[in-house]
Design a protein around this ligand. Structure first.
Ligand code: 17E
Ligand code: FE2
Length: 418
């Protein structure tokens, strides 16, 4: 079969009855047409076999530079964020560009198998040589036909608290980083945390770049850098370009404070990224029982009209020993942890790994609509509920009208009857 498609036929679409054919030409959707009956595909058509077709998954938050280094040079025994940062600081000393490219490529292959076509990766720039950043910039060019990769200049050990932190951030932007990062809860003091947020926001604004801050990734209810970030975004009228990642402390804030905070969040229109598997593992580590979950207020943010995306954060790195690229696993865990297994939440849950990620990453042409780039994936299942129950790898991934990944469909039923 040619890799250029004319159409995907016998597709189910979320929230719609019946079957559809998705016609495409020159890399774009040209028509989304309801079918009266199932059809036999022609040579240039791909058969979705009544499975759900949706936009490619978006991995909004991952650390590709550290992926697949778990246990090197030692394992994180306490399971805390802070020991993870120490282990990584030791591993960082032996980085070279090939090492980074090899591990990041292996991770992107796992992502491709699960239908991810958009990735935002944080890359640690608290390294005087900027080895990982240079490697990732090179890889970005090489994989552009398979995945849109955004690179965050991420100051893992701080902007103010790390030697030459500001200069390293500026140099990273000069080299080509797409997004400005930060980590205010890791700066030495509350004041330097605030100073770092103010500084990085000005830097991003000046260069017309988006912002993605590791914000309050700690169970300390007094870690309140989110309000600082949101207030600055509001002042610069920049909220739609700003993502607050983790915001774990919000899971420990009191309700009175949150009620005040949410007013500001809505006004500033920030984007949120929650990493449920990662933070269930890293947070609550200083608690006895009852133990906190360390997860931000996902349903409340969504009900307030704010965009929240789920991300994996780690694939077997100093912070988290698990991970396989399957965002459906992350979604499943997040829905459990956030009390979101009501059927209305399940029905709309794919938004957390598709549309909301696309909004956070400011992806301009995203969705299954006439005129947009012909990018989509075929999932295993007819509805979001079935897809989530199975958590299978995607059946196919289509990018600009071309098949970039396809596998054979093995129905669970045939496995039972054979
Ligand atoms: N770095 C950090 O500050 N927090 C994390 N969760 C990871 C890296 C994975
Ligand atoms: Fe992270």
């Amino acid at each position: 079969m040619s890799h250029h498609l004319d159409a995907i036929v016998n597709a189910r679409l979320q929230g719609k009855e019946g079957l559809f054919s998705l016609e495409m030409a020159n890399g774009r959707f040209t028509q989304i047409r309801p079918q009266l009956n199932p059809v036999i595909p022609t040579e240039k058509q791909l058969d979705a076999s009544a499975n759900l077709v949706c936009s490619p998954f978006v991995e909004p938050h991952i650390h590709l530079d550290a992926a697949l280094t778990a246990g090197e040079p030692r394992w994180n025994k306490s399971g805390t964020l802070f020991e993870g940062i120490e282990c990584w600081s030791e591993r960082k000393k032996s980085l070279n560009q090939q090492d980074v490219i090899t591990r990041a490529s292996q991770t992107l292959e796992m992502f491709a198998a699960h239908g991810i076509q958009y990735v935002r990766t944080h890359v640690d720039v608290t390294d005087p040589k900027l080895t990982a950043l240079k490697a990732m910039l090179e890889l970005k060019e090489r994989v552009g036909h398979l995945v849109d990769l955004q690179i965050v200049a991420f100051p893992q050990e701080g902007i103010i608290s790390f030697p030459n932190g500001k200069a390293l951030m500026e140099e990273s932007i000069r080299l080509g980083a797409d997004v400005v990062g930060g980590i205010p809860h890791f700066e030495f003091t509350r004041d330097t945390g605030v100073e770092s947020v103010d500084w990085l926001m000005e830097l991003a604004h000046k260069h017309d770049l988006s912002v993605d801050v590791h914000c309050d990734e700690i169970d300390d209810p007094e870690s309140r850098f989110l309000e600082v970030l949101a207030a600055k975004a509001l002042k610069l009228d920049y909220g739609t370009r700003v993502s607050a990642s983790h915001t774990c402390a919000m899971g420990s804030y009191n309700d009175a404070y949150c009620s005040r905070l949410f007013r500001l969040l809505q006004k500033s229109d920030l984007r949120f990224m929650c990493m449920p598997t990662e933070n269930l593992h890293l947070q609550g580590r200083f608690d006895s029982y009852p133990k906190r979950r360390g997860i931000t207020r996902v349903p409340e943010l969504l009900e307030a009209g704010l965009k929240v995306a789920f991300g994996q954060d780690s694939i077997r790195d100093p912070w988290y020993p698990m991970g396989n690229g399957n965002l459906l696993r992350t979604l499943d865990t997040g829905l459990h942890a956030c009390h979101m297994l009501g059927m209305d939440w399940i029905d709309s849950s794919l938004e957390l790994i598709t549309d909301n990620g696309a909004a956070a990453l400011n992806i301009s042409e995203y969705g299954i609509e006439k005129g947009l780039p012909a990018r989509c994936i075929i999932l295993q299942g007819e509805t979001p509920y079935e897809v989530l129950l199975g958590q299978q790898q995607a059946l196919a991934s289509i990018r600009d009208g071309k098949i970039i990944m396809q596998r054979e469909y093995k129905s669970p039923q045939s496995a039972l009857t054979n």
